[in-house]
Design a protein around this ligand. Sequence first.
Ligand code: NAD
Length: 421
Amino acid sequence: MSIEDKEKEFSVFESMAARYDVAVRKLGLDEGLSHYLRTPNREITVHIPVAMDDRTLRVFDGFRVQHSIARGPCKGGLRYAPNVTLDEIRGLAAEMTWKCAVVNIPFGGAKGGVVCDPAKLSLGELERITRRYTAEILDYIGPERDVPAPDMNTNEQTMAWIMDTYSMHVRHTVTASVTGKPLDLGGSAGRREATGRGCMITVDEALKRFAGKRDSTRVIVQGFGNVGSQAARLMHESGYKIIGVADISGGLFNTSGINIPRLLMYVEKQKTLQGFDGGEAIGTQEILEQECDVLLPAATESVITSKNAHKVKARILVEGANSPTTPPADDILFDRGVFVVPDILANAGGVTVSYFEWVQDRQGYFWAEDTVNARLKQIMVSAFDSVVSFSEKHRVNNRIAAYMLAIDRVAFAIKLRGIYA
Ligand code: NAD
């Protein structure tokens, strides 16, 4: 089954809401509060006029959804893709609230998106889209309000443009207005690797439960962008055997292990995995069904569904991507005894080091990479332990446990604050 053929059995928002509803029932949260927490605080839609290189004028649709400010300013990525929808951004914004609460950092959730195809845009066009998008939502963002970060098809350069646009409007440099910036502009050491590193930390913790060893653990990674390539690199360096990788152009499979450093050099030059001689070609979806110990989907949403969950052979599934598994697939994986580290825990390393970056920018004092990595590890291990204990205590799967832990924390903050009227 190709990605294109895949039926969307649940949208990102529906997936989030289905899990939310189960968790809220288990927690016995009162109906009014439950409704409040399911609904975003604010949804902004903007229409961005952009002068294209060929002197035509085009209008791009953009969104920013701010789900919650109960525990602090909103925090969340910005993605550029042709198929971005408000519904998807709404679901991802809520997931950010739960993610920040799982790792217990003082943010609420937000997400942004612009409907565009970056592959068909020049750097200048991307810069103008980014700057005008920022100008349109300027009143609603900032270090104390909502702090964007990179996500699919956005990067350090995008964040530098947002930071500059914001700073020009407020008439002074505000590095804490975004995270995931270049190091020379107030970025944090370790941020680029943080999501992949966080994934590896959760794999390490999951492995301990099965008395597994790194060097006898076979890993497949779908997605070779920021999250997937860094996770593959760090895991390769730590002794794991990466036997499969895939990007949008296709996959590579090699049971003897793929030479990740050589592959990284190849991708740096070719911008694709295709044509690399260190493995057999395989489909981007087929790779999910191969024999392995750890499967790390780190590409996009809804790739594991009721159609293929029964074919997943991994013992441990670590969700580097946001929402890669649909709720019907959750049930199948649970019945088959797959140990799932859900997205709001597995990929929370990115937002955790974004939090460190925000703190460092506001302090004007920057930490060494070892300090960042040690603090990241401490937070990830503690969150992993809390989620697994919650799951054992309440006899629910890890995902529902993570939702319960997060919703409980956010609901408690709201009860303490009260409802302003
Ligand atoms: P990216 O744009 O850097 O990379 C995406 C990768 O996935 C690319 O290799 C691309 O070719 C591949 N891909 C896209 N669609 C695919 C498909 N249908 N099949 C196979 N491969 C496909 O994005 P990223 O920043 O690495 O983000 C990946 C996922 O991780 C997203 O779900 C994102 O929301 C999530 N995430 C990212 C971060 C972060 O810090 N970047 C943090 C948390 C979660």
